[in-house]
Design a protein around this ligand. Sequence first.
Ligand SMILES: O=C(O)CCC(=O)C(=O)O
Length: 251
Amino acid sequence: MMGFFKEIFVLISRSLRKLFKRTNGSTLEQNVEKDGFLVVDNYVSVDDCNLIRELIDEAVNNEKSNVWRSNDGSDVRVHGINDIYPVIDEKIKTQELLAVGEKILNKKLKSYFIMAGKLSYVKGNLGSGGGWHRDSAFKDQYKVIIYLSNVEVCNGPFQYIKGSHRFIQKLGLLVKSKLPLSRTRFSEPELESSLDKTATLCANKGSAIFVNTKGIHRGKPISEGFRYALTLYCWEGVIPNHLGELLQNEK
Ligand SMILES: O=C(O)CCC(=O)C(=O)O
């Protein structure tokens, strides 16, 4: 019952903010609001993607870096890579990405970092993010994922259940599959009634995915090769402790 009221509260506050904004917003904002995501091709040039990939490899191989690895070693992450190489913020125009996020959320964003992720095929891997999940059960959460390598269906593309950030779909999952509104992690069978709405976002290097990660998403388990990507994480307040510990100056 509590979850229901939280959801209604978020819905009312979002509608009020929209009312005061008095504009429908850009196509990008409208798509993220409707479907939960939008892919923009050629956001970063191929040369810049290649340069950033070299920097990621350098950071991963440098023993001074704070590198996170999944248990099976298929997912390797450098949180706050922009603190080691500020040129990355310049190349991906982080300030512009944050400005878009502020428009989508209609809130000021005060903190952020860039996470570099390198996925490689390892038998039995769960994919980036460790399976289907919402980053937050009730609050809208903005992220941008930039592919630095061409991503086909075998390379662990980002997957999103279209519209799953919306209250109406959450209600559907509650009614059809008995999934509480507060749930953030899901097994594949639990999502059976919604999997036909899955968008598998294959795209070329340099593409940027603008997404509300309140919706249900995952990185598809990688079945071949590798995937390089950057993810912008940002917040209205401070960086949560569990992520702050992974940043570069914390080592
Ligand atoms: O990198 C991906 O494809 C998915 C990442 C993810 O699940 C997340 O950022 O929460």
